[in-house]
Unconditional design. Sequence first.
Length: 352
Amino acid sequence: MRYPEFLSEKGTIGFVAPSFGCNIEPYRTAFDNAQKKFKELGHRLDLGPNCYAGEGIGISNTPKACGEELTEYYCSKKNDVLISCGGGELMCETIEYTDFARIGEAAPKWYMGFSDNTNMTFLLTTLCDTASLYGPCAAAFGMEPWHESLWDAYRLLRGQQDTVRGYELWEKEGKKDEEHPLAPYYVTEKRRLRVCLPQEGVQVKDAEPSSQIHMEGRLLGGCMDCLVNLLGTKYDRTAEFAERYKDDGILWFLESCDLNVMAIRRAVWQMKNAGWFSHVKGFLIGRPLVHGQELMGLDQYHAVCDLLAEYMVPIVMDADFGHLPPMMPVICGSYAAADITGNDIAVRMLRR
């Protein structure tokens, strides 16, 4: 696994928009303030041509323009790390114009983003054996003040910490809008981890205060909406990646955006039957954006557990990943140790 150099004290942060750009509110003002805050931390900035663009469909510009920007800025020596401006809808169309062969030959560089950016974070790891950061996009860093999760992401980029821990509260409905572009996360809901343990069959329950779960493996995952879209395409080398790292085993982290509980179950079925879960050591499942939904007797927990319990590994759900912030930033491709003690979760990511 190739690990990029960490962002230095006065290093340059590059920004690209292979998914949505920051051309409308509240994202434009938030992105402007994020740049101000990064400058105050001593960093230089390198903005790609699509950061404020809004000409594309589901992305900032044409797929060709977005793919070329991503390739050029990743391979450029003018910036040290890359942060995506935002998520979106059709970043999948840009990867046809993203030169992964060239990226794989370039010096490894941290790329951070989530949601639609799974198209880059996941493929960097599986195609180029390069670690990436599944974490907040650029506009989030414009909030006042930063939530601890943003400091965690920044410190990971700097190499100042290797462990992230869950956050006590999460946001069900945010306050950020066009009139309040710098609003911080509005956290009101207590974290409540649910677990499905191998010795207990398909039984979903709250994490017990005295329980301890430990699992290790190479972190791999992202947004299921994007992952199943990649599945079966020429970009899908996931089963090969799992085989290559079978001695480490795979620790999957998964979350979803637009998928309802039936779609989540279909996505899990697809990944399972494509051989993606070979050599799995455990599952960390984030809170789905469609949280608390039940359809025809199926909820978000059995949507995954009914199909994954046969692997006889721990399944931890409602972890701090994904579209209901705050999110624990995680290094895709790192060797990780996850410890769940009662309702607390910590993930230590090792460079190996």
